[in-house]
Design a protein around this ligand. Structure first.
Ligand SMILES: [Zn+2]
Length: 91
């Protein structure tokens, strides 16, 4: 079973269909078990579709990197809430 962090690390390759069958299977089983990561994939797929409707080109690398980074921070923040609360510590 992948952790959410591992999932996010592999997500880029998964979306590019660069992962092998075994990893693809593990990623898809994580999505079906994890509501949060399912939402992440859903959001990215919608964003990609939106882009492709505007101009028929692959999603620019920068956009997806920024999107993934934002999602990674979101997941990390949600986990920090349970263990530590430090007001004013925003980078
Ligand atoms: Zn997850």
């Amino acid at each position: 079973m992948l952790t959410c962090r591992q999932f996010l690390q592999e997500l880029n390759d998964y979306l590019d269909a660069k992962v092998n069958m075994e990893l693809k299977r593990r990623i898809e089983s994580h999505i079906s078990d994890c509501q949060e990561c399912f939402g992440v994939v859903d959001t990215i797929r919608m964003t990609i579709q939106l882009y492709q409707r505007v101009e028929p080109q692959p999603l620019p690398e920068g956009v997806r990197t920024r999107l993934l980074k934002a999602l990674e921070e979101k997941v990390a923040q949600r986990k920090q809430v349970q263990t530590q609360r430090i007001p004013g510590l925003w980078f």
